[in-house]
Design a protein around this ligand. Structure first.
Ligand SMILES: NC(=O)c1ccc[n+]([C@@H]2O[C@H](COP(=O)([O-])OP(=O)(O)OC[C@H]3O[C@@H](n4cnc5c(N)ncnc54)[C@H](O)[C@@H]3O)[C@@H](O)[C@H]2O)c1
Length: 269
């Protein structure tokens, strides 16, 4: 899909990857762009910079999601592309409190369901559209240090696959964005695991270019880091060896974590 003269809705568009996607879309001269985010002030800044509309929206709340799709239709009369990008993370393993599992489930998985429920029937009625799910490399591989993020991003990939299979023949082009580290505020640079991700991080602008290209080429998997595709291929070829290698990386990162904690303890004393 070419985005010139199209109407596009971007969630989590106020910061980071979503913001870069909004700015990149603006260069394509769309008919309209709606920036939906719970951070309304930052969304307004993006909107005034690129000439879009900012709408306050918590994507984990279905009423908010419905309202933002309705607002898009009222304003522009149609909706051609949805970039379902807002996402959150948490640290920890199975001890992660249920409240955090629930929060990540709602934002990283259910929000895509709510958005598709509100927008896809309209797109199908219009003869087609595009739906981009921002998942993560964690949804194809795993996220060392976050069980809830790994599981919910796998859920996001699974939902994107499901949507593509069920609506492909009704004109819906689905893409699934799976970056590894991206230099945004999402990365906590005090955390050795995120420092590790930052070593190979790419810019949000590069990710935005990859999304535009994937929409143009109508490809499903969007991989701003080509090595993620290689790891994914390796995983499917030799699952046990892949698990062995990741367990090794996990051990090394845990050691770094312990050293960082010991250093922080010493400097606090
Ligand atoms: N930065 C990375 O390293 C990285 C890597 C892989 C995937 N991702 C994914 O990319 C997406 C964007 O991440 P980012 O790096 O731009 O993060 P970011 O924190 O810079 O921006 C996220 C945006 O989403 C908004 N948001 C969060 N929860 C929301 C909610 N409930 N309702 C509405 N808006 C909400 C925030 O206000 C913010 O504007 C996320 O889905 C994230 O999981 C990020």
């Amino acid at each position: 899909m070419e985005l010139g003269d199209r109407v596009v809705l971007v969630t989590g568009g106020a910061n980071g990857i979503g913001r870069a996607i909004c700015c990149r879309i603006a260069q394509e001269r769309p008919r309209g762009i709606v920036i939906a985010d719970r951070d309304l002030d930052a969304a307004r800044e993006v909107a005034s910079e690129i000439g879009g509309i900012a709408v306050a929206c918590d994507v984990s709340c279905e009423e908010d999601v419905k309202a933002v799709v309705e607002r898009t239709l009222q304003e522009y009369g149609r909706i051609d592309a949805v970039i379902s990008n807002a996402g959150v993370t948490s640290k920890g393993g199975f001890e992660t409190p249920d409240a955090d599992w629930d929060r990540l489930w709602r934002v990283n998985v259910l929000a895509h369901v709510y958005l598709s429920r509100a927008a896809v029937p309209k797109m199908v009625e219009q003869g087609g559209g595009a739906f981009v799910v921002t998942a993560s490399a964690a949804g194809l591989l795993t996220e060392i240090g976050s069980a809830a993020y790994s599981v919910t991003k796998h859920g996001a990939v699974a939902f994107a696959e499901w949507l593509s299979v069920h609506y492909r023949n009704q004109g819906l082009k689905v893409a699934c964005l799976c970056p590894a580290g991206v230099a945004t505020n999402f990365l906590d640079l005090d955390d050795p695991i995120h420092q590790f991700l930052h070593l190979s991080s790419v810019t949000p602008e590069h990710v935005a270019d990859c999304v535009i290209e994937a929409l143009r080429q109508e490809t499903f998997l969007v991989l701003p880091h080509p090595e993620v595709g290689e790891f994914f291929e390796f995983k499917t070829k030799d699952y046990d060896r892949w698990l062995h290698n990741f367990a090794h990386v996990n051990t090394r990162l845990n050691r770094l974590n312990e050293r960082a904690a010991a250093k922080a303890q010493t400097s606090a004393e």
